[in-house]
Design a protein around this ligand. Structure first.
Ligand SMILES: [Zn+2]
Length: 806
């Protein structure tokens, strides 16, 4: 007999508590490991998960076992068993040591069952709140924005909903950003006006993208918000962690204005890259403005000076352990954990959390006059406030000042926001609600480039969502963005490649296959689904292949392995597999002797189409619904557990269905040159970025004849098209002009209406190549400092230059 007795003196620190080995020879004999464990009063073990099955036997003491966010009281003589991968920890809520023995072993079949297919493992029946990063309402949403958090959150929520999860998409506009105030002063408007204007633009663009958040907060227009935020800030102050501290700040050398965020730029103290104030987009680390190398003010050319200032300040380094523990709870990608490791390598991180500004929410504390609560505190608070607002609509009673362990939060964000979302925010939660264990999954994207360069509104190096989205093209754009969005590294958008992918993949391959399948079904079976007959080995193998694709798709859209890059490739893989299968089967498709095998083959092709409709639903909802209708099946609203046949006898109408359109095609489609032409017009008229001009004529926008001459030359220079001033000032809208210009080079046709129909193939290929030059316009290459209202005219005509300058 072997015995092991608990010995407090032989314990070592592990998983945040005290552990001591139980050596009964069981590891060698049966692969079972065993330990004594002790959780001191008021402490808890680190939340963790692993592939082993584990059993706890509670020996003495009292507390709670927390599994996937659910709390259960435990005490002596209780035995607990955890399934593989369940997140669990023991919380000692009593006054004495909580002692337990633990036994764990690998049960691979059990782990395999738990891991990939049951994608609700960490979600269970908990409410899931998926947040897309709040956009700053100082401009519209461009393709770079859309590709990241917004498309990500939308596809994620759609997939989860198909699986029965209680999930909501929550969004907000981050109205009190200093960048809104900076934009307002540029545009000569009030910040509140700017915030409201662009909030409208943002909402419209999201709607065009088929993204409709369930909760949308506008922080500057929500009546309850300022008081609620002040209460959160007061809780932080009352904790004693946030205190008034004297520090050093940068001030404009000429005006004396306090400099932070957009007011200042210089060398990042960590990586040396050129960066704005407070956060570096490249290395992701915060800076404090005074530590920037060779700082420059946005308000004057004078060298900024340093000076003392008293602000509320958070010693973030004191929250190191709490933040690192937080990263053990949910999905915290390695890139995020590495950033946290770097930042907490600093000895001190004193974050000022109030700043002098006239735009923002004043704290209840009166001892920092002229300072507002830093907007990044709002970010953290805004999430739980959004949950409260949603709960009010749903009648659930969720409260921002009493967050619950049961809540599952999922964030979609760009890498440059990682510090605020996953380090600064959780530190604030720990202070304001110490009893709360926030359970957060983070999904981070990198930068999306346009033609190899960063999207830049100031340089007009940008494609606004509103300029290229329409009902017939939204799914094409969603597919292309899903395929190319920057999930692991910086990736690149080009209009030409986008048009090419829509044309080759979606129109030629997918739609071509569906049309061909519909034609064969009509010809051989009168358009009705035949019952499967005799199955050959190839038939069973193809069904197994489709099952593999379904599993791949489930893994790509599930919360753990979420990747729209992989999802888009898998969708195309379903079509590619089917084309290969179908190609082989054609040899006997019309031979009477093999008719029972032939109907199995076409029934399987239809099963593949049905699978495509379901799998595409989160990424391309319109296409999925339309394909479902064409196949005569129920709308694809539930995620399939298996690949199934379309019921025999179903009437299918695939032939002639238009699922996708070329982005440059007319008939209500935005032309390839529209983003470029819209930008040109906005710039000439000094209209705000993101303002839609596609539906207006140049005359109605206020273009005078001399300005039209300037436009005429810029169009000639950029596209080679010689358009008359009369034509520009006719009753054609900017959208129609763009269509005309897009088709002009091919058709050499004065009549814009013909070009708009875009029926002939030649013209289409010209439109596609037209995307190239539009993307590489000379203005984009110019240094940012140039920043003229109208791009430097490549014009010899002096008259035009004068008008431009006027
Ligand atoms: Zn940096």
């Amino acid at each position: 007999m072997i015995t092991s007795t608990y010995d407090a003196s032989s314990l070592h620190r592990s998983f945040g508590i005290d552990l001591g080995e139980i050596d009964m020879g069981a590891v060698e004999a049966f692969g079972v490991g065993a330990n004594w464990g002790r959780v001191p009063p008021g402490q808890h073990s680190d939340p963790h998960q692993h592939d082993e099955t584990e059993t706890f036997v509670i020996v003495s003491g009292a507390g709670d076992i927390v599994v996937d966010g659910g709390r259960t009281p435990v005490g002596p003589a209780m035995v607990l068993q955890f399934e593989p991968f369940e997140t669990h920890y023991l919380d000692n809520t009593g006054t004495q040591d909580l002692l337990f023995a633990t036994f764990y072993w690998r049960d691979s079949p059990r782990a395999a069952r738990m891991a990939p297919r049951t994608d609700r493992r960490r979600f269970g029946d908990r409410p899931v709140f998926a947040f897309s990063t709040p956009p700053t309402p100082n401009g519209g949403l461009h393709v770079g924005h859309l590709s990241g958090p917004y498309l990500g959150t939308d596809a994620f929520v759609r997939f989860q909903r198909m699986n029965g999860t209680r999930v909501w998409h929550l969004a907000a506009t981050d109205d009190f950003q200093s960048y809104v105030a900076a934009c307002a002063s540029r545009e000569g408007r009030q910040p509140a006006e700017v915030a409201a204007h662009y909030a409208g633009e943002i909402a419209q663009t999201l709607a065009l993208m088929d993204i409709e958040p369930d909760q949308l907060t506008h922080t500057s227009r929500d009546e309850r918000y300022p008081d609620a935020l002040r209460a959160f800030f007061t809780a932080l102050v009352d904790s004693g962690r946030l205190t008034r501290q004297e520090g050093t700040a940068l001030f404009d050398g000429e005006t004396g204005q306090y400099l932070y965020e957009p007011d200042v730029s210089g060398g990042c103290p960590t990586c040396g890259d050129h960066t704005g104030g407070n956060i570096c987009e490249r290395c992701g680390e915060p800076n404090f403005c005074v530590d920037l190398g060779k700082p420059g003010s946005a308000h004057s050319d004078a060298e900024p000076r340093t000076g003392p200032i008293t602000r509320y300040t958070l010693p973030l380094h004191e929250l190191r352990d709490a933040v690192l523990e937080h990263h053990h709870v949910g999905r915290a990608p390695a890139r995020l954990r590495e950033l946290a490791h770097r930042i907490f390598g600093r000895e001190r991180i004193d974050m000022a959390v109030t700043h002098p500004s006239s735009w923002g929410v004043l704290p209840a504390q009166q001892d920092v006059p002229g300072q507002v609560i830093w907007v990044w505190i709002e970010l953290a608070f805004g999430f739980i406030y959004g949950i409260e607002s949603l709960g009010r609509k749903l009648g659930t009673g969720w409260r921002a000042d009493a967050p619950e362990d049961d809540w599952k939060i999922v964030h979609f964000l760009g890498y440059d926001n990682t510090f605020y979302h996953s380090i600064f925010g959780p530190a604030l939660y720990k202070i304001a609600s110490p009893r709360w264990t926030p359970d957060v999954d983070y999904h981070i994207n990198e930068f999306y480039l346009l033609d190899g360069d960063k999207f830049s509104t100031s340089r007009r190096h940008v494609i606004w969502g509103k300029d290229i989205l329409g009902p017939d093209t939204v799914d094409g754009l969603r597919y292309y963005l899903a395929l190319t969005r920057p999930e692991t590294h910086r990736t690149n958008f080009t209009l030409a490649e986008y048009a090419d992918v829509v044309s080759r993949t979606l129109i030629e391959r997918w739609q071509g296959w569906l049309h061909d399948l519909g034609g064969r079904l009509e010809r051989r079976y009168g358009g009705k689904v035949p019952d499967a007959g005799i199955w050959t080995p190839e038939h069973t193998a193809f069904l197994a292949r489709l099952e593999n694709r379904l599993a791949e798709m489930t893994g790509s859209l599930g919360q753990d392995g979420f990747s729209l890059n992989r999802a888009a490739r898998t969708l195309d893989g379903i079509v590619a597999d089917t084309l290969r299968f179908s190609g082989f089967e054609q040899a006997t498709a019309e031979l009477a002797a093999w008719k029972d095998e032939a109907r199995t083959a076409i029934a399987l092709e239809l099963a593949a189409a049905k699978l495509l409709a379901h799998c595409a639903a989160p990424v391309m909802p319109r296409f999925a619904a339309k394909l479902g209708t064409a196949l005569g099946i129920d709308p694809p609203e539930r995620w399939p557990a298996l690949v199934t046949l379309v019921p025999p006898g179903t009437r299918v109408k695939l032939s002639g269905q238009v699922f996708f359109r070329q982005p440059a095609r007319a008939g209500g489609q935005p032309a390839a040159l529209l983003p470029w032409l819209s930008g040109l017009v906005r710039q000439a008229l000094r209209l705000p970025e993101g303002e839609t001009v596609a539906d207006a004529t140049l005359v109605s926008l206020g273009v005078k004849s001399m300005q039209a001459i300037a436009l005429q030359y810029q169009i000639l220079d950029h596209t080679g098209a010689d358009v008359s001033v009369e034509y520009l000032l006719s009753d054609r809208t900017v959208g129609e002009l763009a269509e005309f210009l897009s088709g002009q080079a091919a058709a050499d046709d004065e009549d814009g209406a013909d070009g708009a129909d875009g029926a002939d193939g030649d013209q289409e290929s010209m439109i596609i190549s037209g995307g190239g030059p539009a993307a590489q316009e000379p203005a984009a290459q110019e240094p940012a400092a140039q920043e003229p209202a109208v791009q430097e005219p490549a014009v010899q005509e002096p008259a035009a230059q004068e008008v431009v300058g006027a």
